[in-house]
Design a protein around this ligand. Sequence first.
Ligand code: PLP
Length: 371
Amino acid sequence: MATPAEARVDLGAIRYNVALLKERAGGAELMGAVKADAYGHGLVPAAKAVLEGGASRLGTAFVREALALREAGVTAPVLAWLLTPGEPLERALLADVELSASSVGLLDEIAAAARATGRTAGVHLEADSGMGRGGAPPTAWPGLLARAMELRAEGVIEVVGLWSHFACSDIPRHPAIEQQLETFETALKLAEQAGAAGSHVIRHLANSAAILDVPAARFDLVRPGIAMYGLSPIPELGDFGLRPAMTLVAKVALVKRVPEGSGVSYGHLYVTDHETTLGLIPLGYADGILRHATGRAEVLAGGRRRKIAGRVCMDQFVIDMGDDPLSPGDEVVLFGPGDQGEPTAQEWADTLGTITHEIVTRIGSRVPRVY
Ligand SMILES: *Cc1c(COP(=O)(O)O)cnc(C)c1O
């Protein structure tokens, strides 16, 4: 390792997980969610592995992310689903990026970009079936459909997809799951009546949790994210046979012997209770090691788990080795698949009261991804 730390990404694990999800999706097409730098795994290499694993499409939040895929030579269909007024939609259309619209205003912006470029925009219409975030609510859905039909007649847009997103699919048997399925079915019926749901139109609803736990939500296409990276979308139901793709390692920067009663790191929250060996680890909250991990999270060092001793700083934290040996340059593992006894991202998430999505996406840009 030439850098103080690195995130090792097992692309084989991503391919394996995508193939497993494809099997579980029962014939539905897969759109791999590669937003946020592929959940911190590195946009382009991860996206290529996702396609090799059997996904036929990719999804990003922002237009910029979709354009980055195109610039890297990725030619598979890409949908950007979170538009904000004033985005480079002309560039998106020229790069053959599909766009999602949740409002008549955004649809009109897409249409204007289509007229300006002479391209027909591939549009996915988003219904809010109960997520209460993006999407047109039921009251606005008929108006969105009507506008889409006008713009399609003008030849500036094509309706490629009709979609929605779950709020509670990671909470088994939550009543909102059934309610959202019903609301989405109603939205699809209205789209049919409006003439916006031809046989080529792709209906999609399921994220990772729904792929694995809500078979009725598969429709024509599913949108896995976290599960492709090997992390369970419903930890209480187990790991579903997924393989974690990321291992975060760091090299010990400094080792020193200190006497009993030595305060460690900002605020002296940790004080040694005997003479001991401290190891300095060159990763901090600027790299996504949450400050909240202070005194809580564990790493694997010298074959054993060690709790972070004292405050996590911006660039570094300390571990207490006791009388066990440690040398500068030794590797410590923060999290990985767990095969060597290292903590998993799931353990970090549980310890810090968050979800694995946040653990992996927060790993900062100073940490190189190595494949
Ligand atoms: C992030 C995201 C997904 C994937 O969600 P996971 O829970 O990670 O599987 C799917 N669809 C949309 C719209 C998303 O924003």
